[in-house]
Unconditional design. Structure first.
Length: 448
């Protein structure tokens, strides 16, 4: 294993504490807000899935249209590993800042173009074809976003508070999802179905433009982390071929990150994206009610995740992941049984219960992933590992949950997938040891 990063410098708040802290907070805000925008852009598609199915995939069978819509949703995940390699190279060779600027620009442009896209009634089969292409551009962008943002925050944060700093990344991202759910819910509540199909579905996508401009402005004002800048000035970056070095020298660490990401993405996309169409199409809540339930849940998760991050700063990210996986295995079936009672209060309670293991999982996942890799390939390692896990867990999860529920008629079918993911996670985390990170992160306080 390559140990040429064993002496990687870290941010020390002991020197120039006020200036260093100011820069660390500014860097974190820019990374976090950009991810908020990207999660809004990426998630709004899922919250409008039922309407998009009618606009782009008209069919006499609503389930067929919805399956086609989620198939397009999943197509975005197929190109995420390619985006991870491209943006990972950019982040590890040129700079984290450059990669973050490029990813938010591409995501915002693709979302805006989806909002301007004619439907099937206007241009026929070209409508779903263009939808797939634009959705794949979103996936390409998302492939680099998390790896870059998580690596960037990790390299700025105080060594003993990394889990807390990084936890704001998925926490604020929930507000991106929440905003997407809120806009979709408001549109469904105040517009008729014909209005939604005609132009109402476009509004949430077109909001990506002003949000993206704000996020781009924030990212243009930041600088690369001292840790990366030191490596670049020392010549280590020039000698690196990030992806080749990743698969050749760190295959064991990469596999573990993929598996950790897989479980997290199953929980994320079944528990916060698929669930919206599950409430409306399967449990027959109105679209407005479904969006409201999801909005309450993801808002709760947004506040729980920093608490989980603070716990991770004390107990370590591995402990967070253990608690999370056990929670998925034990709580998923009871939570879905509550949702099926036909009462919105029980539906909110059931989804809120799922947000507990979810919050622990995302806080643990995002703080753990950067610790597996040294500075010179960290962006590529986190981005590629997370993206491959997202292809399997996030891309297939909603489609599998929709298909399994429709085929078996069992309303609890999605909970079985979450249980299986939790059990898989428990097995994976049992194979992770502190030395997986200690060889290249000698100051590691979080990976325990």
């Amino acid at each position: 294993m390559n140990n040429n990063n064993a002496a990687a410098p870290t941010v020390s708040l002991a020197t120039e504490p006020s200036e260093q802290t100011r820069k660390a907070k500014k860097a974190t805000r820019a990374a976090v807000f950009g991810t908020f925008v990207e999660y809004y852009d990426f998630s709004v598609y899922g919250y409008l899935a039922a309407t998009l199915a009618m606009v782009f995939f008209p069919s006499d069978d609503p389930t067929t249209g919805l399956l086609n819509t989620f198939l397009v949703f999943g197509s975005a995940f197929l190109v995420r590993p390619l985006g991870a390699i491209a943006f990972g190279w950019l982040g590890d060779k040129v700079g984290r800042r450059t990669s973050l600027i490029a990813s938010i620009t591409l995501m915002g442009a693709a979302a805006t173009l989806i909002g301007l896209l004619p439907g099937y009634a206007q241009i026929g089969v070209w409508a779903p074809i263009f939808l797939v292409l634009l959705r794949m551009l979103q996936g390409f962008s998302a492939g680099g976003e998390i790896g870059g943002a998580a690596s960037y925050i990790r390299e700025w944060a105080p060594a003993n508070r990394r889990a807390l700093y990084i936890s704001f990344l998925p926490s604020i991202a929930q507000f991106g999802k929440g905003l997407a759910a809120a806009i979709a819910g408001l549109a469904a509540a105040f517009l008729t179905d014909p209005q939604m199909m005609d132009w109402g579905w476009r509004v949430p996508f077109l909001l990506a433009l002003p949000l993206g401009i704000i996020g781009l402005y924030m990212r243009l004002s930041i600088e690369d982390s001292p840790e990366f800048s030191s490596k670049k000035e020392g010549g280590a970056v020039e000698q690196t071929q990030p992806f080749m070095q990743l698969v050749r020298e760190y295959p064991r660490q990469l596999l573990k990150v993929i598996m950790i990401s897989l479980v997290q993405n199953v929980g994320t996309y079944i528990g916060t994206v698929f669930i919206a169409s599950y409430f409306s199409s399967v449990l027959k809540y109105s679209k407005g009610q479904a969006s409201t339930i999801v909005l309450i849940a993801v808002t709760l998760a947004a506040f729980l995740i920093p608490l989980a991050g603070q716990l991770g700063s004390v107990r370590g990210s591995r402990s967070l992941l253990r608690f999370s996986y056990a929670g998925y295995a034990l709580l998923s079936i009871p939570a879905f049984m509550l949702m099926q009672k036909g009462d919105i209060t029980y539906a909110i309670l059931g989804l809120a219960i799922l947000m507990i293991p979810y919050a622990l999982c995302v806080a643990g996942t995002y703080s753990a992933m950067p610790e597996f890799f040294p500075t010179h390939i960290r962006h590529t390692g986190v981005a590629f590992g997370h993206s491959v896990g997202a292809v399997i867990g996030g891309g297939a999860g909603p489609y599998l949950a929709t298909w399994l529920t429709g085929t078996t008629g069992d309303l609890s079918a999605p909970s079985y997938i979450l249980c299986a993911a939790g059990l898989l996670g428990l097995w994976v985390i049992s194979t992770v040891r502190p030395h997986d990170a200690s060889s290249h992160n000698t100051d590691n306080h979080q990976f325990k």
